[in-house]
Ligand binder design. Structure first.
Ligand code: GN1
Ligand code: MG
Length: 351
């Protein structure tokens, strides 16, 4: 099946209909995504899974199917997988890669950034709902799709290794970012984390992985469940904060534009508070740290990829990974300055 086009591969799936227009979606840094449209309306999402990032495709798809069972409620839009004609969850097309097909939710949209507290609150609400629904799922049945994915020590060791092999030019250009990483990793980063309960987390809760209604400002559900696996709630909290409370995009080059918006933070935390009895005391106590931890971790990963010559994240221009890294690390710094404030808001709203 070499050089097979997405439309040809579609024939292996149990679609009730054919003749779709296949349009590439330029979003996401890992997988290849296509929209299947008819009369300008998207009906399905067709994706080629990046198997160098996700080598355990069967584990990933198994997690996905399991989670969809739990992520179904009247107040939570459920997603559906379309199986292949053979009844499998995805198509292994050999050299043409692994593909999966999902229903598109009509009347939905995403936001890359927001300045609107209603959107921030809704994002918090739906993330809490997601966790509320998954709280009943059996942890041991979910597999680890990427090992040590949000493990800062591991990511730091990857960075050190990358520094050892990077060309001098890139190493020099990385100096500023390395300085910020040095500052942010001086003290203990997640004190108390050893006592945190594990949950099934989404692990990529950036704002544009939340589906909203296109008519009202109402969150519907979380999408892109590829990294769903065990983790701490503060991961999902921190990833959302870095993309909601920061009104600039994740590769913003004008660092003055990277601000911590208190109104957006308050609205987001208020949204988290709508799911009753979700968080334990130790989770509440360490939550604010997630808002430093996640942008730091992502900034560090983008820098590592920059040093290695952009082999992991898709880039649109040379130096984009360095821009991402500076932008993310700058936000981590802003969040650190706001730590006492964040803790106060969290205690007030969730304590
Ligand atoms: C990657 O491809 P995408 O956008 O879903 C990355 C996330 C980062 C994100 C940064 C498996 O996700 O961890 O937050 O880029 N996913 C993986 O935008 O590395
Ligand atoms: Mg993702």
């Amino acid at each position: 099946m070499h050089h097979t086009s997405p439309s040809e591969l579609l024939e292996y799936f149990l679609l009730p209909d054919n003749g779709f227009e296949v349009r590439p979606l330029r979003q996401g840094l890992i997988n290849e995504t296509y929209l299947l449209q008819k009369d300008g309306q998207t009906q399905y999402i067709f994706q080629r899974i990046n198997t160098s990032v996700f080598p355990k495709v069967a584990a990933l798809m198994g997690n996905l199917e399991k989670s969809l069972y739990y992520l179904s409620a009247e107040d939570y839009q459920n997603l559906e997988l379309v199986k292949t004609r053979k009844g499998t969850l995805y198509l292994d097309a050999g050299e043409a890669g692994c593909w999966r097909l999902m229903n598109f939710i009509p009347g939905s949209r995403t936001y890359n950034t927001t300045t609107n507290p209603v959107v921030a609150r809704e994002a918090g609400r739906i993330i809490a709902r997601f966790h509320g629904l998954l709280a009943g799922a059996p942890l041991p049945e979910f597999q680890e799709v990427i090992s040590r994915f949000h493990d800062l020590d591991f990511r730091l060791s990857e960075l050190r290794q990358a520094l050892g092999q990077a060309p001098a030019k890139r190493r020099n250009l990385a100096a500023k970012a390395l300085g910020i990483i040095g500052e942010l990793t001086q003290g203990p980063i997640l004190p108390g984390a050893g006592n945190l309960p594990q949950r099934i987390c989404h692990n990529d809760t950036k704002l544009n992985n939340i589906l909203f209604s296109d008519k009202e400002q109402k969150a519907l559900c979380l999408i892109d469940l590829d990294t769903l696996m065990k983790g701490y709630f503060l991961y999902d909290f921190g990833d959302a904060v870095r993309t909601i409370v920061n009104t600039a995009p994740e590769d913003e080059r004008i660092l003055e534009k990277i601000q911590f918006s208190r109104p957006l933070f308050e609205a987001f935390v208020e949204g988290i508070g709508t799911e009753p009895d979700l968080l334990s005391e130790v989770e509440i106590d360490t939550l604010a740290r997630g808002a430093i931890y996640m942008p730091l971790l992502h900034g560090l990963r983008a820098l590592t990829d920059y040093l290695l010559g952009d082999i992991y994240y898709q880039i649109a221009y040379e130096g984009q990974n360095l821009d991402r890294s500076m932008s993310l690390l700058t936000f981590a710094k802003r969040a650190q300055e706001e730590l006492p404030y964040m803790q106060m808001v969290i205690r007030h709203q969730l304590g």
